[in-house]
Design a protein around this ligand. Structure first.
Ligand code: UDP
Length: 308
């Protein structure tokens, strides 16, 4: 049997926890518990761990989450996440506590190559929602859609039902769009979601609000799969057009979105994310240089892994 060789995330995390992170990271990097010996194989980009899992394996993993009945969070990491993580290290802990992190952006793939931990492919929030909807239609799982402007999640549900015959939308709800939820509003959302007992929950509240909300309410929600998906309901209902395939392939989706909404997005893309990308490239180059001087037993050592 061909022996797979992967860099072990936990060695990296242990080293980082000791040196870089100000907030302690409580990580469970075992996918299904240590007894199964199924380890996560991640790229480490500025302390944020991103799974090196191809799209079809992500969906197989989603199926295992649903069958487990236990709540799990998936995060769709992009350069904006790295910018937020740089300013607020607690966001790193939150992202690394997710059951799975997928790379939602070509720049992350480029940086992963520089780090020497190549991510296999980009997996966007739209990819995740549509793949999960197809799986749910096949397997009889139920989906709840939360967030976006009034009526948008509901319309997204109708689009998905038409596209994936047999799909059951358990419910949808658009909470008020300002700041954090009040205690009453939060309780109302939890009641609404729990009453419908969905298998999957997609949350469009923008980053980092949606990731924090899922993280803080994961156990109370009890939904096997919870994912923050930003503007995806707007894309699939056609309210906001998606960049042409060629722009997506060359990592230029940000430019398309910037041209559509320059006032809202110029700072994010031209200032914050440009700086975050510069820092990520710098980090990758530094790590690569450090690694060439390490012994095989050091951080990022290679070991055999049964699941790759
Ligand atoms: N949104 C919301 N409540 C909020 C903030 C945002 O429902 O408090 C929605 C907003 O209407 C949009 C989505 O969350 O549909 C976030 O879109 P954005 O384009 O900012 O997300 P991105 O994909 O860029 O993270």
């Amino acid at each position: 049997m061909k022996e797979a060789r992967v860099a072990i995330c936990e060695a990296d995390v242990a080293a980082r926890t000791a040196t870089e992170l100000t907030t302690p990271v409580a990580l469970d990097l075992w996918r299904d518990g240590p007894s199964t010996r199924s380890r996560r194989d991640c790229a480490d980009i500025m302390g944020v761990l991103i799974d090196r899992t191809p799209r079809d394996s992500v969906i197989a993993q989603v199926e295992r989450f649903v069958q487990s009945g236990r709540p799990n969070q998936i995060v769709t990491v992009n350069v904006d996440f790295l910018n937020i993580a740089h300013k607020d290290r607690s966001f790193v802990s939150l992202l690394n506590a997710a059951a799975l992190a997928v790379p939602d952006g070509m720049p992350l793939l480029w940086v992963s190559r520089l780090v020497g931990q190549r991510l296999p492919q980009r997996i966007t929030g739209t990819d995740l929602l549509t793949d999960c909807a197809a799986l749910a239609a096949r397997a009889g799982y139920r989906i709840f859609l939360l967030g976006a402007a009034p009526g948008v999640a509901e319309a997204a549900g109708r689009v998905l039902e038409a596209r994936y015959p047999g799909l059951q939308i358990a419910g949808s709800y658009a909470p008020p769009e300002q700041g954090d939820f009040t205690v009453e509003e939060n309780a109302r959302i939890l009641d609404l979601v729990r009453a419908t007992q969905p298998d999957m929950l997609f949350v469009a509240l923008g980053t980092p609000k949606q990731e924090r909300w899922i993280y803080e309410n994961l156990e109370a929600l009890g939904v096997p799969l919870c994912v923050g998906i930003g503007g995806v309901f707007n894309f699939i209902t056609g309210r906001v057009p998606r960049a042409p395939q060629a722009m997506q392939r060359f990592g230029l989706e940000w430019l398309f979105r910037l041209l559509l909404e320059p006032r809202r997005l110029w700072r994010r893309y031209l200032v914050d994310d440009t700086r975050a990308l510069y820092r990520a490239v710098h980090y990758a180059v530094r790590r690569r240089a450090t690694r060439t001087h390490e012994t095989p037993a050091g951080v990022g050592s290679v070991v055999s892994s049964p699941d790759v």
